[in-house]
Design a protein. Structure first.
Ligand code: NAP
Length: 464
């Protein structure tokens, strides 16, 4: 019976879990199938956990039960009480928890191997080294990303003289200790110094990254957490961890590259933590004044337009205005107006944030246009409605080489005939920069919470 359990049933459960992860990931690639993909992956995780609970190495279930209860309570509380707008912070916390688990397993496994009376094989020490290196730096890096996203600290990059030299030296020292340990694993003090250095490196890695570059941090931490899990799999010879960790690690890495492309940054800059400069507001020269407009006037312009482009941003998420923007869009379409949604890859606070919100409101996927698709249409667009977006429509990124976000591609709403900006007041975007768009001659400001403004617009359009 024990043979069947260990050699057949547990490996089968891992195989099934891996298949579910792979199909889940595939389905996550499209908004229409993403929900099913998520459920498949969650089912895979359940199968993997149940399989592991039968593992012959388990001698007592007491601590496992306590862990399950505590973990489930924390997970349920985060899902129930953290608002959708805090999803990026929640994701950062999940990365930190996952990486902490990998680091703890790494330290425990090292300790166990050290006292087993057998020498630690070089391959095992290599896996353990990767595990604690990636795991520990992801814990502190993700916690710092959480603090920045939660605005517990300044979200802009923190830079100081000699930062890169310090970072690279610290990383080199940790890497040197790691290599030394592969040849001489018994140096316990060095092992814990390496763990400490990795914790410190995580903080130093994320400190200089901030403002508009935060999406890259998020996807990078995702990738590191996955790689730490994969290394755990090698260290404890667990195949489902190797497969799931590698899928997570490399999909996170591919996402990092895509985010870099979206931000017009090179991945080498990101990997060496050398990008991100302090916000220099003096580089932003704004001329003119912000001109306010009423909902009735906006509704008239929308109702008689030929083409309207909605540009959602983080404010759409905070206002939870995704359903009402779809209602307004439908009202306009009934009047024969061509309605399109322009999606910037880093709009909101996490990759795909806008796609998720609009899919939740059943906005047809065919109405969503990526930056490269929509920008050529801007000069022929009558009205662009910017809904709680700021950085992603900041023309300084294109026009002002001194701007901290210079080179970041934007949705060029300023090229439209008229731009209507829906925001509550003079609040800045995540980068903390002034936005010259709001002062342009063809821009009008409709102040108020995005949901309230859109509701009013939808009503007015019905009567126009
Ligand atoms: P943004 O630049 O952060 O601007 C959001 C704007 O929404 C603010 O200016 C705010 O102005 C307005 N707003 C907030 N709540 C509102 C409400 N209830 N109703 C109406 N307006 C509201 O947003 P974005 O243009 O989407 O740009 C995203 C930024 O976040 C980029 O800098 C990006 O790099 C960064 N980021 C992105 C990710 C990602 O993965 N997507 C992750 C981390 C960081 P008021 O206060 O005046 O209303």
């Amino acid at each position: 019976m024990e043979y069947i359990l260990n050699e057949v049933l547990i490996p089968l459960s891992y195989l099934l879990a891996s298949i579910l992860f792979i199909f889940g990931l595939k389905q996550l690639a499209h908004p229409q199938t993403a929900r099913r993909g998520m459920n498949l992956a969650a089912a895979g995780m359940l199968v993997a956990i149940v399989g592991t609970l039968f593992h012959h190495d388990i001698i007592s279930y007491d601590l496992i039960i306590i862990g399950l209860i505590v973990g489930s309570l924390i997970g349920a509380a985060m899902s129930i009480w953290m608002p959708m707008t805090a999803m990026p912070q929640r994701t950062a916390l999940s990365h930190a928890f996952g990486a902490l688990a990998a680091s703890l397993v790494g330290v425990a496994e090292y300790w166990h191997a050290l006292h087993s009376g057998q020498p630690i094989a070089a391959y095992k020490m290599t896996a353990l080294g990767f595990e604690v290196l990636f795991g520990s730096l992801t814990v502190t890096g993700s916690l710092l990303a959480f603090a920045k996203l939660q605005e517990l600290m300044r979200g802009t990059p923190v830079t100081y003289k000699g930062q890169n030299i310090l970072n690279v030296s610290l990383f080199a020292l940790a890497a040197f200790i790691f290599i030394y340990l592969v040849f001489d694993p018994g140096q316990t003090t060095l092992f814990f110094i390496m763990v400490g250095l990795s914790f410190l490196f995580g903080i130093l890695l994320v400190l200089p990254i901030g403002a508009a570059d935060m999406p890259v941090v998020m996807s990078l931490m995702n990738s590191y957490a996955g790689l730490a899990a994969a290394a755990t799999g090698f260290a404890i010879n667990n195949k489902v961890l190797i497969i799931a960790g590698t899928l997570d690690g490399f999909s996170g890495f591919i996402l990092s590259i895509l985010m870099c492309k979206a931000m017009n940054r090179s991945i080498t800059n990101v990997l060496f933590g050398a990008f991100g400069s302090p916000v220099d507001d003096t580089a932003v020269v704004v001329q003119g004044e912000m001109k306010e407009i009423g909902a009735e006037d906006v509704a008239m312009q929308l109702a008689y337009a030929r083409q309207v482009v909605f540009v959602p941003g983080y404010g759409l998420a905070t206002a939870q205005a995704q359903h009402v923007v779809r209602e307004l869009g439908e009202a306009l379409e009934h009047r024969g107006v061509q309605v399109k949604y322009a999606i910037h890859p880093v709009a909101g606070r996490m990759p795909g944030h806008m796609n998720v919100l609009l899919a939740e409101a059943n906005v047809p996927y065919s109405d969503l246009y990526e930056l490269e698709q929509i920008n050529p249409e801007m000069p022929a667009t009558d009205v662009a409605v910017v809904i709680g977006a700021n950085d992603v429509v900041n023309p300084d990124a294109r026009d002002n080489p001194k701007s901290p976000i210079a080179g970041m591609p934007i949705i060029e709403v300023d090229k439209c005939h008229t731009v209507i900006v829906l925001k509550r007041g003079r609040g800045k975007g995540f980068s903390g920069l002034e936005n010259p768009l709001f002062y342009k001659n063809n821009t009008r400001m409709l102040y108020g919470d995005a949901k309230a403004s859109l509701t009013k617009l939808a009503q007015e359009v019905q009567h126009a």
